[in-house]
Structures are given as C-alpha cells and as structure tokens.
Ligand binder design. Sequence first.
Ligand SMILES: Cc1ncc(COP(=O)(O)O)c(C=O)c1O
Length: 250
Amino acid sequence: MNRSRQFASDNYSGVCPEAWAAMAEANNGHEVSYGNDSWTQRAADMIREIFETDCEVFFVFNGTSANSLSLAALCQPYHSILCHELAHIETSECGAPEFFSNGSKILLLPGENGKVAPAAVAHAVKRRNDIHYPKPGALSLTQVTEVGTAYSVAEIKALTETAKSLGLRVQMDGARFTNAVASLGVAPADITWRAAWTCCASAARKTALRWARRWCFSTANWRAISITAASRAASLRRKCGSSPRRGWGC
Ligand SMILES: Cc1ncc(COP(=O)(O)O)c(C=O)c1O
C-alpha cells in the first residue's frame, strides 16, 4: 500500500521494521516479569555499552514519565527546575514534572535558538536568595532542542560546569538525543556523563522504538528509589521493566 508521509511531527511515523520484528521475537514464550527477564537485561546492558558507563537504566512508558520521574529523583519539592522557556517540560507536559516532584517549581530562562546559556543559569540562581524563592535544584537541558538546534560538547561542558559551581544537578531531555549524536558526530558519552558532573539523561528514541522510552542515571545509588518511583507513578512494566540488574526486583 502506498501511504502518504507526514513530517509535521516526529511522532507520526510508525515503529521501524527492525524494532517491530524484535518486539515480535521477544513476545515468544514465557519470561519472568518486572525487569528480571532476559530481554530487559540485554537491552539495559546494550544501553550501558552504548553510553560506555555502568549506569542504571529504567524503562518507562513515555518521554513525559522519563522527564518527570528523573526530575523528581533529582529535586525536593522546595526546589526549582531551571529550563529554557520553550522546553517541553514547561510547554507540553501539563505540569507532570511538578506533580511527580510534589511541587518543584519550573523556572523559565530565555535563550537564543532554543538554548540556555551559562550566564542565564547563573542569573536565575543568584538573583534572589530569600526564603520565598524556590531553591534552584536542577537544570534541565533538551538535546536536540525544541527548535532543532543541538548543544555542542563545549556548550554542554560549560553549562554543566556552571551548574556544578552553583550546586545544581543536570537532567537531559533526550527525546531527540539520537539526532544530536548523529548530527554532532560524537559518542553518546561525550554529551552526557563525560561532560557532566552528574547527569541524568532521559533518552527517548523517537527515531526507533516508540514505547521503549528510558531514563538512565550515571549514579548507581539512586537505583532503589527510582524503581519505587516508577512503580508509584504507574510506570513499572511487567515486561521490559525498570529493574535492569539480575537478582533485583519482584
Ligand atoms: C522534547 C520532548 N520531550 C519530551 C517529549 C514527551 O514525549 P511523550 O509524548 O512520549 O510523553 C516530547 C514529545 O514530543 C518531546 O518532543
């Protein structure tokens, strides 16, 4: 059948044939559940291999859950989350990051070409220090940005160094992370943990497997709280779950 193509949104395409075939193969036979199955182990190990680090990997249902749960793990309710004014977490997630973090406030930063700059981050942190201002706790970056630009390695480094000096954690909305890797010609590690002091990347592969959205932590000791958070947020899958290490989970 000759079907027309729509390019208004990268959500319009179907799943790529290789991913669809792999899903069908994984559907054969029985497997243990909630992340202790061999497919989850393999998928998480491959992500660790691609990112060249021993990170924890959690599969959740969509990009909004990945953003919300990762930010909730990084912030306390009295914190604020700094992001670009066009960031998806602000414009298109209906308050989910605030909801799942029990009230962390999103603070918007201006910036050309959809990017935030270190000076704007510093300004947002330093402009007030009174008790009525939500304490800046995290910086959220979108890679590729909402307007299709990519932060370079140098830009990511400058931003994460500024964040570190100001006591902020860094989260990355990686809905189009694979496009950034391809267009910059870098390794995934170069624009995540190798550039950042603490980086949590929510990397959603819009380009391949629609529902295998994932979030990864480069810091292993968040594993326990993160699995519990995914379960409480109704984002724990029976198959291809959130518990990537053998011997852990249900
Ligand atoms: C930059 C960005 N982040 C997050 C999301 C959220 O993804 P989902 O629709 O799977 O919740 C999208 C979806 O379009 C997006 O473009």
